[in-house]
Design a protein around this ligand. Structure first.
Ligand code: LLP
Length: 411
């Protein structure tokens, strides 16, 4: 959905330079068609599964308009906090399609989730299961619980986003879960209806998912033997996207062929919690070139955005492609940096891009996932605006913050 027409970069039917000039920069732009396309791709890959819930992972991008799009696609939600459930409900989401993850759910959050009737609370520890039982008892209800296991499988992704290996804070080890089975049976205000796993994010090959599925199938069989009536298998999220255009996209044909028989044999509802795959490529972050500086034999392209707008480069050394909104002749090799007072505020090092000049706009590509949702006001920089493009239409879906917003909570 992003392509050059002559020298100008377009999102669907609209020139991004026109958008940047109208809405300013830094600016997040999303392509609605691309979200729908990715949703279709994922749905087709899972089309042989009868009882399927695709629970969009709200943390990835929680803009209300995008959440509404997900709801209209009949997707549910993977939520991690009361705040995410609140936004999902505001967007018209059905709580019975929400699954609640997270290692530190507070009593208040559990009450909130139970009051709204989420489908399943994915518990990440034995103490949490006990707390859920207590809260449910106080309220006179039976809480639907999924047990998140840590299967100790390698996700083949960045260490900071690997979540299913031994030694990390996520999930319950299979051994601990099974030795706790007797105790869990005594808890009368929970119904353990599911098993859950999430091994990590930005995974580009099917194998780690297949390993996680085998683990979940094994635990389901064990729990059933113990008398638990397991009806749901939640496989988490993690499908990766090709940030570097040299990378190969995720192979859904291979995934479908290998995963379908395993998933069908589970005899449960199947839940997936994709996030990045649905929205990552649909979004770009438009930046304006403030200065071009030459020092130390290097060229710095200094943009008006920063790590407060998009932190993934600073935090995970993440790679993103950069495309100027209007192509000029020639190319330069440069560091593309931001405004923030930190050396780590660098989007790309020693990168060859087509020539840019002061005042030009450039697009940081594939910024739709964990972009705006991880943005902050660091350096007292108001949050950027967001717009949605659909065909020839463009709509502001979050206004740019102004200086008054910086003191909106009196602090
Ligand atoms: N489900 C659970 C329980 C999760 O923790 C996550 C992501 C997802 C689903 C969605 O995963 P996805 O399909 O988007 O890979 N900020 C990092 C990624 C952190 C992932 C957190 N959990 C980044 O920018 O790469």
């Amino acid at each position: 959905m992003y392509r050059y027409i002559d020298a100008d970069l377009y999102c669907e039917g609209i020139s991004l330079r026109d958008i940047a000039e109208a809405y300013g920069a830094p600016l997040y732009v999303y392509s609605a068609s691309l979200i729908r396309e990715r949703a279709g791709q994922l749905t087709r890959a899972l089309s042989d599964i009868d009882d399927l819930l695709i629970a969009y992972s709200v943390k990835v991008n929680n803009n209300l308009t995008l959440l509404k799009m997900m709801t209209e696609l009949s997707f549910g939600a993977d939520i991690i906090s009361a705040g995410e459930l609140y936004k999902y409900l505001k967007a018209g989401g059905d709580p019975r399609k929400a699954v609640f993850a997270g290692v530190a759910k507070s009593r208040e959050e559990l009450v909130y989730a139970l009051t709204h009737g989420v489908f399943m609370i994915n518990a990440e520890s034995i103490p949490e299961i006990i707390r859920i039982n207590d809260v449910a008892k106080e309220r006179g209800v039976i809480a639907p619980v999924g047990v998140r296991i840590n299967p100790d499988v390698e996700a083949r992704t960045h260490a900071k986003i690997t979540t299913g290996r031994r030694g990390v804070k996520f999930g319950i080890s299979v051994q601990n879960l099974l030795t706790s089975a007797e105790m869990l049976k005594q808890l009368k205000n929970i119904d353990i209806i599911g098993v859950d796993v999430h091994i990590g994010s930005q995974i580009l090959s099917p194998e780690p998912f297949l390993a996680a599925m085998s683990a979940i199938a094994g635990v389901t069989a064990e729990l059933r033997k113990e008398g638990f009536n397991i009806r749901a298998a939640d496989l988490g999220g993690g499908f990766g996207i090709p940030y570097n255009k040299k990378d190969r996209p995720f192979d859904f044909n291979r995934y479908k062929a290998a995963a379908t028989p395993i998933l069908k044999a589970m005899g449960t509802k199947i839940i997936l919690e994709p996030g990045r795959f649905l929205v990552g490529e649909s979004g770009v972050l438009l930046l304006k070139v403030e200065y071009i500086k030459s020092e130390w034999g290097k060229t710095f392209v200094i943009t008006n955005g920063g790590m407060n707008d998009y932190i993934r480069s600073a935090m995970y050394d993440a790679y993103n492609e950069f495309y100027p909104l209007t192509l000029r002749d020639g190319s330069i090799t440069c560091d593309i940096v931001g405004t923030v007072c930190e050396t780590s505020d660098i989007f790309a090092a020693e990168r060859k891009i087509s020539t840019v000049e002061e005042g030009d706009y450039i697009a940081l590509m594939d910024a739709g996932a964990y972009g705006f949702s991880m943005a902050s006001r660091y350096n007292a920089r108001p949050l950027a605006a967001e717009v949605l493009v659909d065909g020839d239409n463009v709509k502001l879906i979050r206004r740019r913050e102004n200086l008054d917003d910086l003191t909106d909570t009196d602090g």
